[in-house]
Design a protein around this ligand. Structure first.
Ligand code: GLN
Length: 489
């Protein structure tokens, strides 16, 4: 049992199948780690031990009957943006601090059917808005590599939970980078799938044309196992894609010889910390020694991605968040004069500063007289960004670069400067704007000993290839196996 918390999902699955450990034992072990570490790291908002252990007993019974797939009995955590029946769904906010969803999100159902054990719900920037997990009503999440630092965001609780071995895997969502950027800053792996591949049913909406659920784990192979559960058509999401079921583990050991790796000059320009650049360039050299062909590229509209995103995402958010009015569910002010006053006070009390900023920006860019200048313009630029990628994928198979320009930064360092915070998303925002899949894997450490993330972006539906390329890299490197020194073993 002693080192099982460091094991991958694939290894735990093999141990369960061989009867070397039970799901109840595994679940107990992770619950104990959560109990020991969560006070400091604040990665979980809700934990329900009795429910987790009941899930685990069911999974053990299932395995004993010879049933259940690879994830049967595997404990995992969900970002608290996914609705879970019978367990609070707060979305990191005061607005939903007491919200008990009457139904499960699609992916929660899928993991349930696969026999996975729910360990709890992970902390996050409220409504997914942020890059540091400081915008949570429940307090900031701390980075397991250095408690003074942020773990990235908005899925920072999920990232910290996996990095600190409080869960072998977790779910996240990625609107502008929230599975990949926290994975990079916390030294784990995170995937954003092609838009429409994973149902958004029961995922509390932030910006619907960008939101995608994705897996977070210690290895690319584990992400593939999770994708096998998460992906698939769902009629309850109008943008869910009807495609034949794929096995995301089918191509984990591709031949790298001849693989065309695109290196956009914009991803290696100014503003990237030397430690990040060094580690990413080292990874590029490794691929070159394996016979990959390096293709110099340009993605000329990269610099526009952040401004475009921070017009479009707030615009969609201002519309999506209109539903939180204090009437049907969520926070309602105690004292108010009339209906309008009740709306105003409930929203003023229930939303944090960053959410309010986005609602203000969003309603502004959608308003008469500004719509053409901002919203429509941003939509046109979004198309140009997508076109840059389409051109690039005529010349390469995957695009490689840093996931974030920096490693983890101090709690509070960017909290008062939204533009600095937004700029941390510079490399993660382009893929969602174009609907593309992208993943982040650990590729080294900077001089401060903080993890660096390598981002691989592919064309639509190239998840299996991205995962295979990443898995090959992980077979030859051990960055993803390093454990935060501040996290007791
Ligand atoms: N950091 C980005 C934002 O604040 C992305 C968040 C996300 O992907 N949910 O909007």
């Amino acid at each position: 049992m002693s080192s099982l918390h460091n094991a991958s999902v694939a290894e735990l699955s093999a141990a369960l199948a061989a009867g070397k450990v039970s799901s109840v034992e595994l679940t107990r072990m992770f619950l104990d780690r959560i109990a020991g570490l969560n006070g400091e790291l604040n990665a979980f908002i809700t934990v329900d031990e009795a429910r987790s252990l009941a899930d685990a007993r069911r999974a053990d019974a299932r395995r004993a009957r010879g049933e259940g797939g690879p994830l049967a009995g595997i404990p995992l955590a969900h970002k608290d943006i996914f609705c879970t029946r019978g367990m609070l769904t707060t979305c990191g906010s005061k607005m939903l601090a007491n919200f008990a969803s009457p139904y499960d999100a699609h992916i929660v159902e899928r993991f349930d059917q696969a026999g996975a054990v729910l360990l709890g719900k992970c902390n996050m920037d409220q409504f997914g808005m942020g890059s540091s997990s400081e915008n949570s009503h429940f307090g900031p999440v701390r980075n397991p590599w250095d408690r003074r630092l942020v773990p990235g965001g908005s899925s920072g609780g999920s990232a910290a939970a996996v990095a600190a071995r409080m869960a072998p895997a977790a779910t996240g969502t990625d609107t502008g980078g929230s599975t990949r950027q926290p994975a990079a800053l916390s030294g784990i792996c995170g995937l954003r799938p092609t838009y429409g591949l994973v149902s958004r049913y029961g995922l509390i909406a932030f910006a619907s044309s960008l939101d995608q659920a994705g897996p977070m784990a210690k290895s690319a192979a584990d992400l593939a196992l999770m994708m096998n559960v998460m992906a698939g058509f769902d009629p309850r999401d109008s943008t869910s894609l009807e495609r034949p079921k794929e096995d995301y583990t089918r191509d984990l050991e591709p031949d790298l010889a001849g693989l065309r790796i695109g290196l956009p000059k914009e991803y290696f320009g100014e503003g990237i910390e030397p430690g990040v650049r060094g580690a990413v360039e080292e990874a590029v050299r490794w691929f070159e020694t394996r016979g990959a062909a390096l293709v110099a590229l340009e993605l000329p509209n990269t610099a526009l991605a952040v401004p475009v995103y921070y017009v479009l995402a707030p615009a969609e958010a201002s519309s999506n968040l209109a539903r939180f009015d204090g009437v049907r569910y969520g926070h309602r002010a105690k004292d108010y004069d009339d209906l309008v006053d009740m709306y105003c006070r409930s929203r003023a009390e229930g939303f944090g500063a960053e959410v309010k900023r986005r609602i203000l920006v969003g309603t502004f860019v959608l308003s008469h007289g500004y719509y053409d200048a901002y919203y429509l313009q941003a939509q046109k630029l979004r198309r140009l960004i997508a076109r840059d990628f389409a051109e690039a994928f005529k010349r390469c198979d995957v695009i490689l670069g840093p996931t974030a320009p920096t490693t983890a930064f101090a709690i509070g360092a960017k909290a008062d400067d939204p533009v600095q915070m937004y700029l941390n998303d510079i490399f993660t925002i382009p893929a969602p704007l174009a609907g593309l899949p992208a993943l982040s894997v650990p590729c080294g450490f900077d001089a401060k000993g903080l993890p660096v993330g390598l981002q691989l972006t592919g064309d639509c539906f190239s998840e299996a290839r991205l995962l295979g390329v990443a898995h090959r890299y992980q077979q030859a490197t051990d960055w993803h196996l390093r454990v935060p020194t501040e996290t007791p073993l």
